[in-house]
Design a protein around this ligand. Structure first.
Ligand SMILES: [Zn+2]
Length: 482
């Protein structure tokens, strides 16, 4: 019998607000353990939470970017559980009345585009961290992460393969990055996913029993976990056994999961409306204002690059990978340079160098406008491509203004007739043999003389102008002698 995978994700993303969700503590990764917390975020008795307005704005932004309906009134709820990472023994989340309802994310897959439905997006607080085996055999508790604002994006079980699951998660990450509500650093846990997996015979419409793997924090782990879990369930069914609904722990090093505990139901958490917080009201004006602030989303931008600007899909993909890279490309174009040249300098020259040095566009000491000015210098033949590459290398080290760098590095192109003819005269005078070869019809000799003339111009001549001037000098001289 052949089975199909049915998968749904619950994605947690930490919001990159300056302060935490209920208090004024700094919202930042790391720090000395238990230094970024106060009585409110650690939930000491009597402490009262006050909702951070930015959290609501960020959540609405995420909801709009994923085509959700924004609830005019949503309610915080207590989710009760005991675990040492949450001293107050409950997490403040949302339950019956979440902030964003419905919605979808369009995902590219090898089978074509797919629309993955979103059930809801709600806001909640993050918990602290338990450090196992960090000190002797005990477990240490770091509460710095308590009260870090989260959104949970609950997706419908619409995913049908591990590839689709991974691509969906990438699409969500890309959107959250583009709208700047989360730093989406998976290695720091800013974005992580709980993965629900079941299988069913192809053609069956009812859902099979699902298992859940929590807190996967890389695309690779998600893809491998889905495949391994589907395989495990298939083996169970083939052996005439049943899949048990449970939470399983994925071990990415071993490439396998193990059962942890029976899956909790909502009723196990004894949810009730949070008595210390008022309902959250979002007006249509709020929604309209936040909608107006939304930037062009990556998928729309890619479509525009391909459809309107005529950029190859693979290049459009690279140019829209991150907010920093897409913004940089827009700034290059804003300098009025040609699209083709702008793409080449971004993708081949800049990304090529970033790849080999392992750096990212976000922390370069220069911006897209600078790169655009450099491209404009090349287009105007004021700097030749070879010199421009040297200027780009300098920009990447220290930043600066391309025109001034060209001057100070002595790289302004030799493009005046006088400068070119001096270089050509020097080359011809020093290479009599090549000159004779050219006269006797050797095409190769022209290339050699061109190289010599470029050398004589200190590598700074505009190749097109130099080539034309050399051609004229040779043919002119040849005619004169004949
Ligand atoms: Zn605090």
């Amino acid at each position: 019998m052949s089975y199909e995978i049915v998968c749904g994700l619950e994605i947690h993303a930490e919001l990159s607000t300056a302060t935490k969700i209920w208090c004024g503590c700094e919202n930042a990764f790391g720090g000395e353990p238990n230094t970024r917390c106060c009585p409110v975020c650690t939930g000491l008795p009597g402490a009262l939470p006050v909702l951070n307005r930015r959290v609501v704005e960020f959540a609405v932004k995420a909801g709009l970017a994923m085509h959700c309906e924004i609830a005019p009134r949503s309610v915080m709820a207590r989710k009760n559980y005991f675990y040492p990472d949450m001293p107050k023994a409950y997490q403040i989340s949302q339950f019956e009345k979440p902030m964003c309802i419905g919605g979808y994310v369009d995902v590219e897959t090898s089978q074509g585009p797919r629309r993955i439905r979103i059930t809801r997006i709600h806001i909640e607080e993050d918990a602290g961290k338990l450090l196992h085996d960090a000190y002797g055999t005990g477990t240490l508790v770091d509460l710095n992460r308590c009260g870090v604002p989260l959104i949970e994006i609950v997706g419908e079980p619409d995913l049908r393969s591990s590839e689709e699951t991974k691509n969906y998660m990438e699409a969500v990450r890309e959107i959250l990055e583009a709208i700047a509500v989360s730093d989406v650093k998976m290695q720091e846990g800013s974005m992580r996913a709980d993965v629900n997996v079941s299988i069913r015979p192809v053609g069956e419409t009812a859902l099979g029993t699902r298992t859940e793997m929590k807190n996967l924090n890389s695309f690779r782990a998600v893809q491998r976990a889905v495949d391994a879990e589907a395989k495990r369930q298939e083996a169970l069914l083939a052996a005439g056994k049943k899949v048990v609904q449970e939470t399983r722990q994925w071990d990415d090093n071993r490439g396998e999961s193990r059962g942890m505990r029976g899956k909790e139901d909502a009723q196990d958490y004894r949810y009730f409306p949070e008595p210390d917080l008022l309902p959250i009201l979002v007006t249509p004006e709020d929604v309209a204002r936040i909608a107006a602030e939304l930037p062009e989303l990556p998928a729309a931008r890619r479509a525009r690059y391909v459809g309107t600007l005529g950029i190859a899909p693979a290049d459009a993909e690279l140019l829209t990978r991150s907010r920093a890279e897409a913004g940089m490309f827009e700034d290059v174009l804003a300098q009025g340079v040609g699209v083709r040249a702008a793409v080449t300098w971004m993708v081949v020259e800049l990304f090529g160098r970033l790849n080999t040095t392992g750096r990212s566009a976000a922390d370069l000491p220069f911006g897209g406008a600078d790169l655009g000015r450099l491209v404009a210098l090349v287009e105007a033949a004021k700097v030749n491509p070879g010199s421009a590459r040297r200027i780009l290398a300098e920009l990447m080290e220290k930043g600066g203004e391309p025109g001034r760098l060209a001057e100070s590095m002595g790289l302004m192109a030799v493009s005046d007739a006088g400068g070119l003819s001096v270089a050509i005269a020097t080359a011809l005078a020093q290479n009599a043999t090549a000159l004779a070869d050219y006269r006797s019809g050797s095409a190769k000799a022209f290339g050699f003389l061109m190289g010599q003339a470029m050398k004589a111009a200190g590598g700074r001549a505009d190749p097109k102008l130099l080539s034309a001037a050399l051609r004229e000098a040779l043919d002119g001289a040849g005619n004169g002698e004949a």
